[in-house]
Design a protein around this ligand. Sequence first.
Ligand code: HEC
Length: 173
Amino acid sequence: MIKFLFGLIVGIGLLLLGGYLFATRGSLFMGTKGGPLPMERSLAHKALSASIGQSSQDQSPFPTDETNLLAGARVYQQNDCFMCHGRLDQPASDISKRFYPHAPQLLPPSKGVTDDPVGTTHWVVKNGIRFSAMPAFEGKLTDAEIWQVSLLLLNADKLPLPVQEVLRQPRSD
Ligand code: HEC
């Protein structure tokens, strides 16, 4: 038993040492070019889902009506979301592809986060995503504004025309 435990501890120690040397001796390329490392995507995805936890079940205290969608469109336009996540019916911006991970298109023709629970989108916009270019907007936007932009993204594939109009305008401060 003692031998087994000793072997287990040495084994785990060697693995950790291997990981440490891999990361610190330059084998772990920290630039944004290239694909994901083994397991990187699934680990990042699991860590993000665990951090969001029960917040994914949160429901918007605001209804999905034109007033809130219009407000959400203004939040999107005035806070540089479009810079990284693109404009309505336009190809992905050049900068979005130069981040790692890439900034996904959140407006049509992409389906963006229309399939995700609105609580998940609210969590991401509020807290940002570590090790990515996604900023946290808590403190910059009110909670109401975060819900409004989350409702906008949830309904991005079925926005009323006046809301589409706002998303087509150049940035207005
Ligand atoms: C400087 C660039 C940048 C800005 C500005 C930015 N984002 Fe992001 N955002 C990112 C990146 C990069 C990711 C992808 C992170 C990842 O995959 O881990 C992301 C991810 C997201 C996601 C999750 C997408 C998914 O597929 O699950 C949402 C939702 C989001 N951003 C909304 C917003 C909103 C709303 C704004 C503006 C209030 C905004 N972002 C501003 C870079 C940005």
